[in-house]
Unconditional design. Structure first.
Length: 335
């Protein structure tokens, strides 16, 4: 599951049009049909306009993917407004705190295959997805993420992917050295190796990636294997990928050893820890600061993983590098 992501800064009505054009470009690139492209255009327009009018501006994150050949567009509108005091009323058609008709959030929810919203004192995050489900309906886990290039670059040196089979989920987060096209090539190579050997343990996958990246500028990468029925998480990483497992009873930082895959590394070590029923795994590149704390956002851990990823991106992104965030959790759990 490789992402094609773009970030649009929302400042005024002109940026709403820019977001709609960007969504159309991504929809075309992933082969989305005209009906779903039209639905996505309406969602982007309403979500971006709400962020500009009610949320004092913010960011629109558009991530296209093609799981199992089926186009899917994830839309995240992130603002820094005062939040929505009554979400239930705000979802009803006709409710508005300004001169707008008040049909935005209701329209977004109706047109989305998946919809979620989180609002607090730091702002509001709206997530809508158009397209088929990424994971099987019987999947015990849900996940979401984003990988956004640094401003001024089209190619992203960060990449995310995952493979779900039976009761096992394997995920990877990659940060190609530097940014731009050569970083993206290294990340793409790493993802290709991951997909080919996803059934192997994380340590072995990381070792294979190290061998494959010798012809590239190199990358940091981390692989996690989650077995929700067994309640275990297995992790291995090299370089600057941060990973934290959070739950009420147990929170653990997962260690990536120093080095650059394809060039120099100290050792590969697997770590096995418990995966509680209320667990949330957050993996991200150094395009995000590490000082975030989900407990400062009451209720956020219960939201869709894409919402969690979006809020962390909004509040902790470093502007000088590509940024990626991947969040995995059990379905219908909260911390």
């Amino acid at each position: 599951m490789t992402f094609l992501c773009q970030a649009v800064e929302l400042t005024d009505q002109t940026s709403v049009s820019e977001g709609r054009r960007a969504a159309q470009q991504i929809a075309n690139a992933i082969g989305m049909d005209e009906l779903k492209s039209g639905q996505a255009a309406v969602i982007v327009t309403e979500a971006a306009r709400n962020a500009v009018v009610h949320g004092k501006g913010g960011h629109l994150l558009l991530c296209g993917s093609k799981p199992a050949g089926e186009p899917r567009l994830q839309i995240l509108a992130l603002d820094r407004g005062a939040g929505i005091a009554d979400l239930h009323r705000a979802m009803q058609d006709g409710f508005s705190t300004s001169t707008t008709p008040g049909t935005g959030l209701g329209a977004i929810r109706r047109l989305s295959g998946t919809f979620d919203i989180f609002s607090g004192m730091a702002g509001t995050a709206v997530m809508a997805e158009v397209g088929d489900q990424v994971l099987p309906s019987a999947a015990l886990l849900e996940l979401g993420g984003l990988a956004v290039p640094v401003r001024g670059e089209r190619a992203c040196g960060d990449a995310l992917d995952w493979v779900y089979s039976n009761d096992r989920l394997a995920v990877i987060a990659v940060d190609g050295l530097g940014h731009g096209i050569h970083a993206a090539e290294a990340a793409e190579e790493a993802v290709g190796i991951f997909k080919k050997y996803a059934s192997e343990p994380p340590g072995e996958i990381v070792s294979r990636i190290h061998d494959a990246l010798r012809k590239t500028r190199g990358a940091a990468a981390a692989v996690a294997e989650i077995r929700p029925l067994a309640g275990t998480l297995l992790f291995a990483g090299i370089g600057n990928i941060s990973a934290v497992m959070i739950s009420k009873a147990l929170s653990r930082s997962l260690v990536s050893h120093s080095g650059t895959l394809g060039h120099i590394m100290s050792r590969i070590q697997e770590f096995k820890i418990e995966w509680p029923r209320d667990a949330v795994l957050v993996m991200h590149s150094d395009g995000l600061q590490t000082r975030w704390d989900l407990s400062r956002y009451p209720g956020l851990a219960a939201r869709n993983p894409a919402i969690i990823a979006g809020v962390l991106f909004r509040d902790f992104r470093r502007e000088r590098d590509d940024a990626s965030v991947l969040v995995v959790k059990n379905r219908n759990t909260a911390v």
